[in-house]
Design a binder for this molecule. Structure first.
Ligand code: SF4
Length: 343
């Protein structure tokens, strides 16, 4: 199954049918169950990402949205190589990277950087800003002179809005917003092409969020960066994204350019998500209330994973997994109801 459209030469990163499951069975004793008079062994697997495919075009901001626990952060970490996928392929500029060892991945590591959600946890409290920022540069260019490293640290600190004279300070001496600026500086130090930003503003005060988003957008324009942006905040997505992928229980349900997605959401889950965004003039009665709870990713529902909460579900939805289909240029939806013309 693939949700990616026809391959294009300017595609920077491609995921093909990527699966990431985690075995949380524990030790042998945790796996043993006494059932019907017999001792059986049972494994427990969290199915975090299931058959996800898409391509990211160079220079775009590709956002993945969904509720907490939908697998979007696992998808981000799998994309950048922190978690190896169980199945599927990940290609960077047409080269497979999911099957490379640490040594073979080095040239790609420099091009692919990540910004984490929590600027308090992602910076080493025992290292000064200078030590934090020089580390990746020296790692990837062991022969670079100290003077060049210091110059680069000062340049990038200025670009992200942190005074270079604070390079000798430790992370605890900065505010949350300044720490996230330093995290962004660390990612920019090695001149990356592709940045995965995993909820980069959700741990920050609302007043600081816009500044950090503007900084990311400025860096994209100046350096021609490509972003994979992970967030649960749809109001952020609308303003920064080129395209948006909506994820539910480890599965992509809709992939669309940002404007049509927000104007005419197709998939019933996307419709429910967007209806929850508070908007002036929209009565609360228009908020689509989903029935039931999000099922556990340990026991995925059969057929469409959304069928237990969807008012349009029929027998086919309960039995058959919907395949992604293009419904208009660039808009791809996985839904039997749309395919059958019921929605
Ligand atoms: Fe609803 Fe069926 Fe579409 Fe799933 S496939 S979203 S259950 S209509």
């Amino acid at each position: 199954m693939t949700i990616a459209s026809t391959p294009r030469t300017d595609q920077l990163l491609t995921l093909r049918n990527v699966v990431k499951h985690f075995d949380i069975s524990g030790g042998l004793l945790d796996q043993l169950r006494f059932q019907n008079g017999r001792l059986t062994r049972r494994r427990t697997t969290v199915k975090a990402v299931n058959n996800v495919s898409f391509s990211i075009t160079a220079g775009e901001t590709f956002s993945v949205v969904g509720e907490s626990g939908c697998g979007k952060s696992t998808l981000a970490r799998t994309t950048i190589g922190i978690y190896p996928p169980n199945r599927g392929e990940i290609l960077y500029r047409d080269q497979r990277i999911d099957n490379k060892n640490a040594q073979q991945m080095l040239p790609f590591r420099r091009k692919m950087q990540m910004i984490f959600q929590d600027p308090y946890a992602s910076l080493n409290p025992r290292k000064t800003v200078m030590q934090t920022l020089e580390e990746p540069v020296v790692f990837h260019n062991p022969r670079i002179s100290s003077a060049d490293v210091r110059q680069r640290v000062a340049t990038v600190m200025s670009q992200v809005g942190v005074d270079p004279k604070w390079a000798g300070r430790y992370p605890h001496e900065f505010s949350g917003g300044q720490r996230q600026r330093i995290s962004i500086a660390r990612a920019l130090m090695v001149d990356p092409e592709f940045i995965v930003a995993d909820e980069p503003v959700s741990a920050l005060d609302v007043s600081i969020q816009a500044q950090i988003l503007n900084l990311l957008m400025d860096a994209q324009q100046q350096r021609g960066l490509t972003y994979l942006f992970i967030t649960h905040d749809l109001s952020v997505v609308e303003h920064i994204s080129t395209r948006v992928a909506v994820m539910y229980l480890g599965t992509l349900c809709e992939l669309s350019p940002a404007k049509p997605l927000f104007e005419t959401p197709r998939h019933p889950y996307t419709q429910a998500l967007l209806s929850a965004i508070p908007k002036l003039g929209r009565p609360a009665s228009q908020h689509i209330r989903l029935r039931g709870e999000v099922p556990t990713p340990i026991h995925l529902p059969s057929g469409c994973v959304f069928h237990g909460r969807c008012i349009h579900a029929n027998q086919r939805c309960r039995e058959e997994i919907p395949m992604p289909k293009q419904v208009e240029t660039g808009v791809i939806v996985a839904c039997h109801g749309i395919e059958e013309g019921r929605i």
